[in-house]
Design a protein. Structure first.
Length: 369
């Protein structure tokens, strides 16, 4: 049986589900190839051929971006530290389910979710904790289907597995964003002698093909908009007098694919404010989309337009975020490890989506009018 650092058998294992990221140049192509082979993430014609072609074409570009950044993906390091802090907190707050261990489980990188499930198969309980606050079939759904497929091929763990999914509508999640945004907003104002109305708060989230939301019925875009509205309501109640907007980033795939709009660069280009504060509203940890795409690429867009740039911090190792994660697990334990996954999209076409929800005992399985 796996034991913790104090050599006690692990009673509760928590896997933080995420995509992960490449940690070296040699890992970039395998990572991208697997990502573009994932039909839950991005459905392509002739998926195996076209997915491999896109990965091959993008590998040198992504390697170059990481080299210019001076580091490869920090996601694993950050999430391992998050996990250590969450486990320590839970050992104190929930001694009846201790010892706890909390580790990342990645969809496309090491440590893989299946490998961690195997490593902790002797634990009394295993909690799959989606690290995506908003649910999308392409992120949370893909990670959970990946775990389901492994569990289905390796029977015996079903009765000890449960899921924590989508937590964007919690007040403490909103409060955490309000704290980080307000702090950066005040620093931005003070350092550049700005008024509230000089600053555009630009929320940026990973984009999806438009058809996923309008035709398939993925509610991700609505959950992002709901997140933004919750944050804005609190910021305005605290006296901030600013404009805000929402943009979508990280479009990858065939050019003919129509994505959610407006894109983050389009919002930047059309803004009239003197300064732009970007909030990476769909991300919990720093990775290439924050450190490179926002901090370098979008900063250049902003400064080319003679505007000032700033970005709100990701949660990373913020103590309030660690407490939020701990509280989510505590509530999950108090609710007798009940799994609650957002139902399948209205026009779901995923091969394993319904079966995955049935496996984890989440109801309702399908979208209901």
């Amino acid at each position: 049986m796996i034991s913790d650092s104090n050599t006690k058998p692990v009673k509760t294992a928590i896997l933080l589900l995420n995509m992960g990221g490449p940690e070296s140049a040699s890992e970039v192509h395998p990572y991208l190839n697997e990502l573009f082979q994932d039909k839950e993430l991005l459905k392509l014609p002739l998926q195996k051929i076209l997915g491999n072609f896109i990965a091959w074409r993008r590998t040198p570009f992504i390697q170059q971006r990481y080299e210019e950044l001076g580091q490869y993906s920090p996601t694993r390091r950050i999430m391992e530290e998050q996990g250590q802090k969450i486990a320590a907190l839970l050992d104190e707050s929930s001694p009846e389910t201790a010892p706890h261990v909390c580790v990342p489980g990645f969809r496309y990188a090491v440590p893989r979710t299946g490998d961690e499930l195997e490593r902790f198969h002797d634990a009394e309980r295993i909690i799959l904790f989606s690290h995506y606050p908003q649910h999308s079939c392409s992120t949370s759904g893909s990670s959970l289907c990946d775990a389901y497929r492994w569990l289905n091929e390796n029977p015996g763990l079903q009765n000890k597995i449960s899921v924590i999914d989508r937590w964007w509508d919690r007040e403490d999640y909103t409060d955490l964003w309000v704290k980080l945004i307000e702090r950066k907003f005040k620093e931005f104002k003070s350092s550049h002698n700005l008024r509230d109305e000089d600053i555009l708060i630009l929320y940026s989230a990973h984009s999806l093909p438009e058809a996923y939301c309008l035709e398939k019925g993925d509610l991700y875009n609505l959950e992002i908009k709901g997140t933004v509205q919750n944050i804005e309501n609190k910021l305005k109640s605290r006296g901030l007098n600013h404009k805000h907007s929402l943009g979508w980033q990280s479009k990858v795939g065939p050019k003919r694919t129509k994505w959610l709009s407006p894109s983050t660069p389009e919002v930047i280009e059309n803004s009239s404010e003197k300064a732009i504060l970007i909030v990476p509203v769909a991300f919990t940890t720093d990775h290439i989309e924050t450190l490179d795409e926002i901090d370098i690429e979008f900063r250049e867009y902003v400064e080319d337009g003679k505007k000032l740039f700033s970005r709100a911090d990701c949660f990373n190792l913020d103590d309030s975020f660690i407490r939020l994660c701990g509280k989510l697990v505590e509530e999950h334990i108090a609710e007798n490890f009940n799994s609650s996954i957002r139902p399948c999209c209205k026009n779901c076409v995923g091969k394993d989506c319904a079966a995955m929800r049935e496996f984890f005992g989440s109801k309702p399985v399908r979208y209901q009018e």
